[in-house]
Design a protein around this ligand. Structure first.
Ligand code: GLY
Length: 359
């Protein structure tokens, strides 16, 4: 296996183990040299229906006829308990035992829901993440968060559970719709924004949406390294990991209110709102704020949402998972590459931040 190959260590209660993350063109074909299949009694591959459309033959060729296959319709609206139940039912009706393996092949939704189902079935069985969207490769599939939406709120039910491995094959990216592909850059931009100004400047200096396999793998490795070093310090999000929620307090509320936006698009709008709040009440300077907005726009991501959603967005923010005693806890951008967590902000700053992103 050639580089790039990254590792993170993710703490699971009682032990510490390392989760290998493989990034590059063709890494999925090598899954049997990464995952010890002979150790498992049976394998369930959960495949995003969009992925099946282009890749079913290839997936079947790699995983073989002995694996069991379950197609899952993609999209946020299917990130529900009933999808989880469908997976549990498939596992149960096919006699999957504790020595079984689940392989999640798809975008963030399939990776999150499939991982949740595996992490709870028979109190937890092994699973592998094969993210096929840029967003899932950059964020959702790494770091051990699993879950689904509940009561119209994002990822309200979930577990922290580490996969056996993450296999991010960049070949999958070339069958994504352009809009879906661009949406993935939001999380890469976020990683640069919270921790690495040099990376941010390098993203600003080129057209990141037209990189080939090798360059996108390099960029994913840089972005993954940032996320992994944060997750390593704080796997269960007690403190540092909250940084990764930059843009997500507003972003999740935008996503759940205006159901037509992709996760990365909503996060892009959320990052603008939260950077604006930082500009209005802190050290972030106008020039840097503009740089952030320019990079987001240049990447084909939106910076505004329809004003009719504003009230709903403000309401949904009150139910953010990070809130304590109904008080919103913000990730505050002090500068590009530098954030502070658990910040409370005055109402008028929040209001102005929201006003900026509505049109
Ligand atoms: N997506 C944020 C995190 O993994 O913590």
């Amino acid at each position: 296996m050639k580089n790039p190959k990254e590792h993170i260590t993710f703490s699971v209660p009682g032990k510490k183990r390392s989760v290998p993350i493989f990034i590059g063109k063709g890494v999925f074909e090598k899954i049997s040299s990464i995952v010890p299949f002979t150790k498992y009694s049976s394998v369930l591959a959960i495949v995003d229906e969009n992925v099946s459309q282009y890749w079913s033959e290839q997936i079947y060729k790699v995983l073989g006829k002995d694996a069991c296959y379950l197609a899952i319709p993609p999209g946020e609206k299917n990130k529900t308990l009933s999808t989880v139940e469908k997976i549990w039912t498939t596992l149960s009706e096919n006699g999957f035992d504790r020595k079984s393996l689940v392989i999640n092949i798809g975008g963030g939704m399939v990776c999150d829901v499939g991982a949740f189902a595996a992490s709870t079935y028979m109190r937890g069985i092994d699973f592998v993440q094969v993210p096929t969207t840029l967003l899932a490769q950059a964020d959702a599939a790494i770091g051990g968060k699993t879950g689904f939406n509940f009561n119209q709120l994002k990822n309200t039910i979930g577990t922290f559970s580490a996969p056996v491995a993450v296999i991010s094959d960049t070949s999958f990216l070339w069958t994504l719709r352009k809009r879906e592909y661009h949406s993935g850059f939001a999380e890469i931009i976020k990683h640069a924004l919270i921790a690495d100004e040099k990376l941010f400047d390098s993203l600003s200096g080129k057209d990141i949406t037209s990189l080939g396999n090798k360059k996108i793998a390099e960029l994913l490795s840089q972005s993954t390294n940032i996320k992994c070093s944060i997750v390593e310090k704080d796997p269960f999000e007690k403190k540092e990991r909250k940084m990764l929620n930059f843009g997500h307090t507003v972003g999740h509320a935008v996503e759940m209110s205006c159901q037509t936006l992709l996760h990365g698009e909503a996060v892009a709008i959320g990052m603008i709102a939260e950077a604006k709040m930082s500009l209005l009440s802190g050290d972030l300077v106008e020039k840097k704020f503009k740089k952030i907005e320019n990079l987001i726009l240049k990447t084909g991501l939106p910076n505004k949402v329809d004003a009719t959603y504003k009230k709903q967005i403000a309401q949904k923010m009150l139910f953010d998972k990070k809130n304590i005693n109904k008080q919103i806890k913000w990730v505050f951008l002090e500068d590009i590459g530098k954030v502070k967590v658990d910040v409370t902000l005055p109402e008028e700053i929040i209001e102005q931040g929201l006003n900026y992103i509505v049109k």
